[in-house]
Design a protein around this ligand. Sequence first.
Ligand code: FAD
Ligand code: FO1
Length: 480
Amino acid sequence: MSDLILFWHRRDLRISDNLGLAAAYQRSSKVVGVFCLDAGILERDDVAPARVAYLIGCLQELQQRYAEAGSQLLILHTDPRVGLPQLAAVLGAKAVYWNRDVEPYARNRDRAVAEALKEKGVEIRTKTWDQLLHAPGDVQTGSGAPYTVYTPFWRNWSRQTKADPAPKMEKAQGLSPNEQAQAEPAGVISLPDAKDLGFVWQNDLPLLSGEKAARTQLARFCEECIQTYDIERNFPAVLGTSQLSSALKFGAIGIRTVWAATIEALEQTRSDQARAAINTWRQELAWREFYQHAMYFFPDLADGPYRQPLKNFPWDNNKDQFQAWCEGKTGYPIVDAAMRQLNQTGWMHNRCRMIVASFLTKDLMINWQWGEQYFMQKLVDGDLSANNGGWQWSASSGMDSKPLRIFNPASQSQKFDPDAEYIRQWLPEIRSLDTAMLVTGKIPEDECERYNYPAPIVDHKEQQAIFKQKYRIQKAAARD
Ligand code: FAD
Ligand code: FO1
């Protein structure tokens, strides 16, 4: 048996600040990376072309980083349950290391891969929780249960000491040409383009792929935006958020590195206001962890509503209205602008994610899981835990204590896009209309016709009343 350790990357696409990789490298300098293009994920019907384009870009950069360090990142186009044990056996690897994940698919896959490797006598090391500052189970209530409410989770989470970034893998030893030749029949391929995998994405991504771009973006955000984040983050026309979500989803940047940047940002200011803004951004990082812990402890969240009143809810599920929502043609300018932003860029501002999710569920009375799936089909940062958490929150089906949340599109626009800047950006066909019309959504019929913009497909006030009535009935039935 050689000194070779295989490190299996999945959503930790970097060589710096990677806990599992650092542990492998500490044990042996001969560390070779592996990524499996997994049909079990890529052939699902909720994979966004933008997300795969981002992923492939990250893998391209990761291959370069491995080459610079003196090693390789091997790409397998096989089921990891088959491909990894075969590769490990062919190369006589001493061990396979990987970081843990919270998703139900990941947990089943990883169990099966672990068993297959053990059968072949290959050691595995899988204890590291790289993608989180605190592992599930490390942040619990006084009675040792997982939190189901965010605020006490945040209080406990923020009190706990966070680890420093893990050391970078520097000079490693890779496979010899002979070993590389041996690896090929085990399914090693050259990295394909996204379009070779059936995913076509031709627009720019909100964040370029890879660790370098993510670090640059983090530095820019900390320099220019973090000190005013608590205010600016609400306005979709302003670039006031970090746009690091795809990097965090795929681990193009380490979460400890991100946390270290917030410490530095705090050290650089004496302003209480700026400190409060930095803290608000930290709270978003904690939301990310809250939803991942929730997915780990309550995997059923992935399959449907957490709360009883929203189970078997009598949704209208009108397919034409759903189509209009998807295309940004509901006649509600803020909703339509947001959906066009999603369709064209693969990203949507958080305020708008909440507005369109409320509109789909409370105004159109369409099952939130349709929206959840559509988001996954489009989002560059689409992530099971965050997306499911966001949708359950918006649909009032989730864990949090304030159950019925209905957003009024007009008041949201008035508050957060008062000059209709965002609406004009994404709905160019009606950009010449008065700001008041765009913001309130009260566009005269003849203007709608003139600019080929739809009249509202439902009446917000009426729909809100119907939803509340349905919800009351469901709640009463759940009590019986
Ligand atoms: P910033 O405001 O800079 O926040 C920093 C980071 O914190 C984000 O990159 C993200 O990793 C995390 N974060 C921020 N807000 C949340 C949140 N509410 N929940 C969990 N993590 C958060 N986020 C995703 O990463 N993937 C999704 O699939 C996703 N789907 C969503 C669906 C709905 C219906 C809603 C309401 C929210 C969803 N979010 C999702 C959360 C949030 O909208 C995005 O994380 C955020 O808009 C990404 O932009 P940013 O990187 O500029 O965020
Ligand atoms: N991980 C992989 O190991 N192989 C893939 O082919 C792969 C594709 C992929 C596509 C979209 C996406 O959102 C994530 C993807 N991932 C892939 C990462 C995935 O999130 C992790 O593998 C999880 O552990 C799966 O539960």
